[in-house]
Ligand binder design. Structure first.
Ligand code: GDD
Ligand code: MN
Length: 363
């Protein structure tokens, strides 16, 4: 018989938490039909190997081992898709989510009155526990921002702990962005019809072992998700980021031009060339860090990418010059010729670097 409830646990370096988590699930779900799927992104600490070892003697435990991929949201989605249960629950591996509310979540979802049950830190007796002060503030702020995206009054749309019906998930799964950390927000923002939900309070515990993967990049991811949901259908977010980075590149360029030409009194051409390459280098580095964070190039691949970036973007500059010069001669106003040249250069740069450097098929 297939399990009634699948618990999907994304893991990245959580080896020390796995056994204790399974033990506590076993305890609270003793009378239920459940399974747990760990979705591990090739953790250096061999979390996946440990899960497989346990799986050999416990058929309720499974492991999806992903290579060359990262991401809490995409891991959660793949875990859900790998199961067949009518109910699925997403939960962290680090024991911060209180498994003792699982039976109540299950009971509530079985009534058929709700599509979604959320473990909530922000209603009645729920709390963030002893979460570091700055994390509490960030979490609160993100919650307020996230709520702007939603038409309902969910108190904890950032929760990483929730249960949902499979049929509901299947209705919205094609709309998901799958980027970043905020899978619940992603789900909620992808739901057109109002969702019937229930929040159940819990107190977040401290992480016992290992470290949090939430870093400043995650905050960037969060804004990317917000943007994607707000204007994703009009304009690809990556292009938007690419252009933002490009604008910063203009700043870098002008700053170095000014310091070499005006400040030190160097040759104009030399200053212009140095400025161009400095701007390309900073553009490449920033795009690698942010625009393509999910497929970031490291080590030798980073430098190979940088070199190709110089070459592709030089073509972009060429297209820009030739086109704007042509339009200018056709009596286009100077500013329009300039903009059209710059835009086609950027579209070229974006398209080829997306396809050949970061190798994302659908940028
Ligand atoms: N497969 C995979 N890939 N798992 C990941 C990745 C990844 O790239 N990054 C993190 N995880 C796993 C962690 O191993 C952990 O089990 C879970 O996702 C949450 O990561 P933490 O690093 O513990 O996140 P957090 O505690 O700072 O934030 C969590 O709690 C918040 C409040 O409930 C997350 O669940 C947030 O989404 C949530 O808002
Ligand atoms: Mn955690």
């Amino acid at each position: 018989m297939n399990a009634e409830l699948t618990i999907v646990v994304p893991t990245y370096n959580e080896r020390e938490n796995v056994i204790q988590l399974i033990d506590s699930l076993q305890l609270v779900l003793a009378n239920e039909s459940w399974e747990v799927i760990f979705v591990d992104d090739d953790s250096g600490d061999n979390t996946a190997a440990l899960v497989r070892e346990i799986a050999r003697s416990d058929s309720r435990v499974r492991c999806i081992h992903r290579l060359k991929r990262r991401g809490l949201a995409s891991a959660s989605i793949e875990g859900i898709l790998a199961s067949a249960s009518p109910y699925v629950c997403i939960m962290d591996a680090d024991l911060q989510h209180d498994e003792k509310i699982l039976p109540r979540m299950l009971e509530a979802i079985r009534t058929g009155q709700f599509e979604l049950i959320i473990g909530s830190r922000y209603i009645s007796t729920g709390s963030v526990g002893n979460l570091a002060r700055y994390r509490t503030i960030i979490s609160r702020l993100a919650t307020l921002l996230g709520q702007q995206l939603l038409s309902n009054k969910i108190q904890d749309p950032m929760s990483g702990f929730f249960m949902l019906r499979r049929d509901y998930f299947e209705q919205i799964m094609h709309e998901l962005s799958g980027k970043g950390f905020k899978i619940l927000l992603d789900i909620l923002a992808s739901t057109r019809a109002p969702v019937r939900y229930l929040e159940i309070p819990y107190t977040m515990r401290n992480r016992l072992h290992g470290t949090s993967k939430l870093d400043s990049g995650v905050i960037w991811d969060f804004f990317a998700l917000m943007l994607d949901k707000m204007l994703g259908r009009l304009l690809p977010v990556r292009f938007f980021m690419f252009v933002t980075v490009g604008l910063m590149g203009v700043l870098v360029h002008m700053l170095s031009l000014w310091s070499i030409y005006r400040l030190i009194g160097g040759e104009f051409l030399l200053a212009q060339i140095t400025g161009t390459y400095l701007a390309m280098t900073s553009n490449y580095t920033l795009n690698n860090l942010f625009t393509y964070r999910d497929v970031k190039l490291k080590g030798r691949a980073f430098f190979r990418g940088l070199f190709s970036f110089y070459i592709y973007c030089s073509f972009g500059a060429f297209i820009n010059l030739v086109l704007s010069e042509y339009l200018f001669e056709q009596d286009f106003p100077w500013w329009l010729a300039g903009i059209l040249g710059a835009v086609s250069g950027s579209v070229w740069n974006y398209a080829v670097t997306a396809a050949f450097i970061w190798k994302v098929e659908r940028p």
